[in-house]
Design a protein around this ligand. Structure first.
Ligand code: BG6
Length: 510
């Protein structure tokens, strides 16, 4: 496919951006700052209007000033008080309605027709579902019944962006896919996983397939194990009610961590088209071995944090345990930490364990992939007094301090033959003199351009749930560990460290 400039693509796709969940947290923290920053970079089409569609009784002026306050709070680097904001805010028009009131959608339809005359978005429309998942069903149904899912003229398009959580388990994910499929064609559906919008996550494919030195080694012959860690210092941040039903496995592992895993493990796609990439990702997800309930006990560890302390700048801040958080059951069995030892039963990865772990209230915020290569034979240096040779390790730092490093063995200077591991380090921050933008910006631009490569497809989501659901069910059916089993500010329960030593079940067993 010839290279097409993103700016040119965006310019060709004027559209209305109808926002459900317009007064919610996600809109204030992520979506509006992303839209505003895109407008500052001239990455929104000229014909563009934002149409928040929400229950609360507001007019344009009050809604715009709410957003301005949100920008000051959540995106203080953006000029919320300058003329740029005034210009941006003129493109926001609030529509009030209950989310299940068909008349409200008819009104929206009329309003869009009027706004089209003013903003010239040529009938193109994105519906962005940033509400809690309980509202998805009624919104999708009403969009269908009102005919808003279909373009009002030839050559126009309609698209829907759906936020996570995309289902609660395999069955509910299938139901949601079916409901969406009744109203929208799969090509119109953009399921957001914001991890895919992160530069460093996209760079996994470039690193693997644009460098001839890594790919020949990326297989069971040279790789000993792969570790993927998503650690946050944050707790549940006032989202106790949500997290109680979700837990870290639904919140992070089923989506973000598995997305990273698929990119690390997939075969090279035939092209960079959305479907070619997603076909390969689905194959990885389908090749991960499903656990029996007994295997769940051996290959997974769950944890919940108790009170502890988290570093905050120079100081340590005391934080409560999960069970003390607002909205959380004082006897909650919800996991705030989970670790898994997955096996990918395909030719490339047979026998290579993939350790995936995610946790809240860890000592540091970091998302990293570590690829451990098999050690070099020790024959040559075995008699030296350097201790053991360290294996080569390729580390992909997804955040923070975005970049990659390769650990190699080197002779230390001096007359003795001493060997020590050293790092070759690439840092985004110093290699490129441009800031890394928020993942939402990239994803919104792609939805406007109609490029679904960085969005999850229906079969991909279902394949991820078909792996995770039996684990969640086994956890539900077996007795829970004694929670809390790690202190806030520590690296999770002891058992998680043991997971790597508990014996990896290779390709042929059990
Ligand atoms: C969200 C989860 O999807 O991702 C949050 O719901 C989590 O619980 C967040 O904090 C992490 O995203 P990031 O980009 O900060 O790693």
């Amino acid at each position: 496919m010839p290279y097409r400039s993103v700016f040119a693509d965006v310019a060709k796709n004027p559209c209305a951006f109808v926002l459900f969940g317009a007064t919610g947290d996600l809109t204030r923290r992520k979506i509006v700052p992303a839209l505003f920053d895109l407008s500052l970079q001239k990455l929104l089409p000229e014909g563009f209007v934002i149409v928040p569609f929400a229950r609360r009784d507001k007019d344009d002026a009050t809604y715009r000033s709410d957003l301005q306050a949100a920008l000051r709070e959540f995106a203080p680097h953006l000029p919320a008080d300058g003329p740029e904001w005034e210009e941006f805010a003129r493109h926001i028009t609030y529509v009030r309605s209950e989310l299940n009131d068909l008349q409200g959608y008819d009104h929206l339809k009329k309003r869009l027709a009027e706004l089209d005359k003013e903003y010239h978005f040529q009938g193109n429309c994105i519906f962005y579902l940033a509400t809690p998942p309980e509202n998805f069903d009624e919104i999708i149904t009403c969009l269908g019944q009102s005919g808003l899912n279909k373009p009002d003229r030839a050559g126009a398009w309609r698209r829907i962006i759906v936020e996570k959580p995309f289902g609660y388990d395999l069955e509910s994910a299938r139901r949601l896919n079916t409901d969406l499929g009744k109203v929208f064609d799969e090509s119109q559906i953009f399921r957001i996983d914001h991890y895919l919008g992160k530069e460093t996550v996209q760079n996994i494919l470039v690193l693997r397939f644009a460098n001839s030195i890594f790919e020949p080694l990326f297989n069971k012959n040279y790789i000993d194990r792969i570790e993927i860690t998503v650690a946050e210092t944050l707790g549940v941040e006032g989202r106790g009610n949500y997290f109680e039903r979700s837990g870290i496995t639904r919140d992070i592992v089923q989506n973000h961590a598995l997305q990273v895993l698929t990119l690390v493990a997939m075969e090279p796609p035939m092209t960079l088209s959305a479907d070619a990439i997603r076909d390969e990702k689905v194959k990885v997800l389908q090749s991960i071995r499903r656990f029996t309930p007994q295997e769940v006990a051996r290959h997974t560890v769950r944890g919940q944090y108790g009170a502890g302390s988290i570093a905050s700048g120079e100081n340590e801040e005391a934080v409560p345990g999960y069970r003390e958080e607002a909205g959380v059951d004082p006897r909650s069995e919800t996991e705030t930490f989970a670790a898994f030892r997955f096996s990918i039963d395909n030719w490339r990865w047979a026998g290579v364990p993939f350790y995936v772990q995610a946790g809240k209230r860890m000592p540091k915020r970091l998302t990293e992939v570590h690829v451990y290569f098999k050690p070099a034979p020790e024959v040559l240096f075995a008699r030296l007094s350097y201790g053991q040779l360290q294996p080569n390790k390729l580390s992909l730092r997804i955040q923070p301090d975005e970049g990659a490093s390769l650990q190699i063995s080197s002779k230390t200077p001096g007359p003795e033959m001493h060997i020590q591991p050293v790092e070759m380090n690439f840092k985004y921050g110093s290699a490129f003199d441009v800031p890394i933008r928020d993942a939402y910006e990239r994803l919104i631009v792609d939805a406007i351009r109609g490029d679904a490569s960085l969005f999850a497809r229906n079969d991909e989501v279902e394949a991820a749930w078909s792996l995770i659901t039996p684990i969640l069910e086994a956890w539900r059916d077996y007795s829970c560990p004694i929670f809390p089993n790690y202190a806030a500010g520590s690296w999770g329960p002891e058992d998680a460290r043991d997971l790597t030593c508990r014996g990896y079940v290779g390709y042929s067993a059990p």
